[in-house]
Ligand binder design. Structure first.
Ligand code: NCD
Length: 303
């Protein structure tokens, strides 16, 4: 039985297969409409989410399966003190596969050890968010044509943003990628990531001003300042509007630069950018459903 805890759990060859399957699902949705008939997905969300939970639900429903679950720790037995290990043993009796989000780093991994069904990490604290990374990789592959040979700028909350940490881990296996980390000093990418890049001889630069590097970018990955992971409100208020991408800043970008964002957006991309052909973040959300469909089929060994 296979789980998904980190994007590195799949080899690049396996990822190619997964993305090919997602592409086939996009082109021929009817072919997969009953692929999961009779199967049940449990969504166990101990932390708020709209996109990830609903895109899992949409994915399973589009495959013909059904969904059970909870979207708030307070409405589950966790509120009574139940451990994730016990919860997953019980869920294993009710469902065929589980997507779990938890505010504690590593909680889905603890669950996977005790689980009788495949567990998908749907985000664990500030740590990893592998299905968002699969979404990001599929979006880049589909819209840029390949996973490599580009300059990517990751901008915003690089300290607490788990989607950023997951994406960097996944991208280091591809060739010829240059990284620009754009953040205020307080929200720099963690040392364990820059140490890993240095150890592998992968080039990166850290900058504060987005404007300065805009013309160099093939991809711009914007992120929200992660309010819920701040220790005090004052720091959040000071940093929350540090970056606001607008038409004026975009004027210096390449014509074919792609703008990605895992969403939800708060203030960091002005709504006027939504109509720019380079804005790909809503398309990205659509790719998220295809890739989760492909993932469910793969982990259930139905592909
Ligand atoms: C992200 C997350 O939950 O980490 N959202 C998502 O799943 N698309 C990003 C965020 O919350 O900022």
């Amino acid at each position: 039985m296979r789980h998904l805890m980190s994007p590195l759990d799949f080899t690049t060859q396996e990822l190619d297969k997964l993305f090919d399957l997602a592409g086939d699902i996009e082109r021929n949705p009817g072919k997969y409409a009953h692929a999961c008939d009779g199967k049940i997905l449990a969504t166990c969300f101990y932390e708020p989410s709209t996109r990830t939970r609903l895109s899992f639900e949409s994915a399973m429903t589009r495959l013909g399966g059904r969904v059970i679950g909870f979207s708030d720790a307070n409405s589950s037995s966790a509120a009574k003190g139940e451990s994730v290990s016990d919860t997953i043993r019980v869920i294993s009796c009710y469902a065929d596969i589980c997507a779990m989000r938890h505010p504690k780093e590593g909680a889905p991994m603890v669950a996977a050890e005790r689980s009788g069904i495949p567990v998908i990490n749907a985000g664990d604290g500030g740590h990893q968010h592998p299905t968002q990374t699969l979404t990001d990789l599929l979006t880049i592959r589909s819209l840029k044509g390949s996973l490599g040979g580009f300059t990517i700028g990751l901008c915003g909350d690089l300290k607490f943003g788990r989607t950023v940490h997951s994406l960097i881990h996944a991208l280091i296996r591809y060739d010829n990628i240059r990284y620009l980390f754009i953040s205020p000093e307080e929200l720099r990418v963690p040392d364990y990531i820059t140490d890993m890049l240095r150890g592998r001889g992968i080039p990166f630069r850290e900058v504060i001003r987005l404007e300065d590097v805009m013309p160099d970018l093939d991809l711009l990955y914007m992120t929200r300042v992660q309010k819920e992971r701040f220790f005090n409100e004052e720091d959040y208020v000071r940093l929350k509007d540090f970056y606001i991408l607008d038409a004026q800043k975009l004027a210096r970008a390449k014509d074919d630069m792609l703008i990605l964002h895992p969403l939800p957006r708060v203030n960091e991309i002005s709504v006027e950018v939504d109509d720019d052909p380079r804005a790909a973040y809503f398309k990205q959300a659509q790719y998220g459903v295809y890739v989760r469909m492909a993932l469910i089929l793969t982990l259930l060994e139905l592909a």
